[in-house]
Each structure stands twice: as C-alpha cells, then as structure tokens.
Design a protein around this ligand. Structure first.
Ligand code: IPM
Ligand code: MN
Length: 356
C-alpha cells in the first residue's frame, strides 16, 4: 500500500520524539511491504522563527496532499507571558485544525499494568478503566466570532458557536465509536446554562433513535469532571465540545500515570493528524530524555485510523507495551535509577519490531 505522510515535528521535544516515531514508521512500512513516502515541514515557533508564520502555506499544501500528518508538538515559553505578542505558535495549531477541517480529536485512555502505581488514583479505580474522549475541535469558544475587546479595552469576549451540522458529524462518530466498543455514549455539556449545549442535547436526542443499540446518557461537565476521577470505569465514549474536551481530556490523561504515553488522532475532512498529547515540554528539549512512547503510539494510531492497517498498529503497540513492562523507559516513568534516553527507547522498540 502507498503511505503518503507529512511529518511536522514542531517545537521543543517534538523533533526528538518524532525522529523515533519515524524510525518506527519506516521500519514497519518496510516490514509489511508498504511504499512509504514522506516529507517534513515547519509548524509552530520554529516556523515563526524561519518564516514569520506559525503555519506556512507550504506546510498547509503538504498536509493537503498527504493521507496523514504526523505531528510533534508546538509551543515555546518565549511567547507565553507576552499577552501582546502578535503571532503565537498556538495560532499555527488552530489554523491547521480549521483549514484541514480536523473536527474530531480522539484521545483514548491508555493504561499499562506496570504503570498503575504512577497514577494518583487508586489501583482499583483504574484497573479495567477504558474510555475514549472525543473532543470537537473546530468550533465553540476557540473559533466563535465575535472574539476580542471593546474599544476602551476594558471588556473582552469570546463566543461559543455551534451549528447542527457540526454537532451531528461528531456525534455520528461518537455513536459509531460506541457501537464498536461497549455501546455507551456520554454527552458532556452544560445544558442547564448554555444555549449551545442545549442544541447539542437536542441534536443527540434526534439522532438517538437511529442508534437503538447505544445507551446515550447526558452529563453536566462539572459532574463529569468529578466522575472521571471518582469512577473512570463508568465511561466508554465521552463526546463533548471543544473547550470542555480540552479540559476533560487533560484531566483524563493523569489516570494513566504519565502524559508521556498518550497518543491522539484528529480526524479531518482533508486529512487526519496524529500527535502525542503532551505538548512541547521545552525544559527537556534537546536533552534526549523525553518519552517517545506517546509519539510511537500516535504512529500506531496513524496506521490503524488513516490506513486501516491493524497488524502494523498492533506490532508497534506490542513493542511499546513490552518496553514498558521490561523497564526500557525514560525517566518520567522509570522505576529504576537508570532511566533510558529517548533514542535508547527508540532503539529498543525498533529492535523488538525487527525481531518479531
Ligand atoms: C491541546 C492544546 C491546545 C488546545 C492549545 C495549545 C491551543 O492544549 O491540543 O489540547 O487548547 O487545543
Ligand atoms: Mn489542551
């Protein structure tokens, strides 16, 4: 099969972890006789530094003609505390989501038995927890107009806008995902306060009869934030709007024990994008200590979601699981004195895949 991917390492630890992910992508492609073609492009702070634009047109064109985008991270602290900065790395990410139509962000909760002690939650709460957070990614407060300041600068506003078609397309994905899993869909909203949330509920209610096998429940976001920590096993598929999803998916990520192991996929109209959820972790950049596992699992998601190549995804997951089980891991999840470096973990995983 022809695999045509765009590689966007981005900022901070992005280049290091994507380097390991690409080693694995090349290896797995060769092993399964796929014809891999790939091209690198700039995004984020590194793109601003070189071109003045966090999402250059060239990068966009490359993404458009690719079947999948493998993305590292963006963000640089030099922009964080300057509220007047004209251009920010994050704008590149938002523009990319909008222009590629990446409307659904899928974040599975991944737990590894050997990492359970790293989680702040009790073992009995986590064991068997298995849910997916499905976050709407191109609407809501992130993109709604008007957004800005009054003339005197003393009032600021953001607008939460959703139309039925945006809600329908992500709910459809949610229902279908629930169907392939444990058949439960939880719509998280704030319908007791927000008009946009009421449209979400109304839309879900209208769609529910077409999915009689799916148990649909509604939960207010404040309650959901509590339930995720108190009883994570309650959930199968959580579907929610952009900002709620941003917050709840970060909250969910602590359950697994480390941010460094969690992948995500963003399903799009033009292409799909795969990225670790941990961000650019600038303190670790260039030190060869960042955990590449989230990037490796994002590559696995790419094989499975973008190309429907299940065996390829499986072997990557198996290699990663083994590396964690046997302690060939970076410092964030290491239990031994000696932690392995980013590239050593990559070496181990590649070696395992090559031998199996
Ligand atoms: C994420 C990030 C982004 C978001 C930021 C960097 C704009 O937190 O991907 O979750 O809020 O969506
Ligand atoms: Mn976030």
């Amino acid at each position: 099969m022809k695999l045509n991917i765009a590689v966007l390492p981005g900022d901070g630890i992005g280049p290091e972890i994507i380097e390991q992910a690409m080693r694995v992508v090349k290896l797995v492609s060769a092993k399964f006789n796929h014809e891999l073609s790939y091209e690198y492009a700039l995004v984020g702070a590194s793109a601003i530094d070189k071109t003045g634009n966090p999402y250059p047109e060239e990068t966009h064109q490359l993404c458009l003609k690719s079947d999948a985008v493998l993305f590292g991270a963006i963000g640089d602290p030099k922009y964080d505390n300057d509220p007047k900065a004209k251009v920010r790395p994050e704008q590149g990410l938002l523009e990319m989501r909008k222009r590629l139509g990446l409307f659904a962000n899928i974040r599975p909760l991944v737990t590894f038995p050997s990492l359970i002690d790293k989680s702040p939650l009790k073992r009995e709460l986590i064991e068997g927890a298995d849910f997916v957070c499905l976050r709407e990614l191109t609407g809501g407060l992130y993109f709604g107009k008007p957004q800005g300041r009054s003339e005197d600068g003393k009032t600021a506003y953001d607008t939460c806008v959703y139309s039925t078609y945006e809600i329908e397309r992500i709910l459809k994905l949610g229902f279908e995902m629930a169907r392939s899993r444990r058949k439960k869909l939880t719509l998280v909203d704030k319908a007791n306060v927000l008009a946009s949330s009421r449209l979400w509920r109304e839309t879900a209610q209208a769609m529910a009869p077409s999915y009689p096998d799916i148990q649909l429940e509604y939960m207010f976001v404040d309650n959901a934030a509590m339930q995720i920590i108190q009883w994570p096993k309650h959930f199968d598929v959580i579907v929610t709007e952009n900002l709620f999803g941003d917050i709840l998916s970060d909250e969910s990520s602590v359950i697994s024990g480390s941010l460094g192991v969690l992948p995500s996929a963003s399903v799009g109209l033009e292409t799909s994008l795969f990225e670790p959820i941990h961000g650019s972790y600038p303190q670790a950049a260039g030190k060869n200590i960042a955990n590449p596992v989230a990037a490796l699992l994002s590559a696995a998601m790419m094989f499975e979601n973008a190309f429907n190549l299940v065996e390829e995804a499986k072997i990557i997951r198996l290699a990663v699981e083994k590396s964690i089980e046997l302690g060939f891991v970076c410092e964030d999840i290491s239990k031994q004195k000696k932690a392995y470096s980013t590239s050593e973990v990559g070496d181990w995983v590649c070696d395992f895949i090559a031998k199996s």
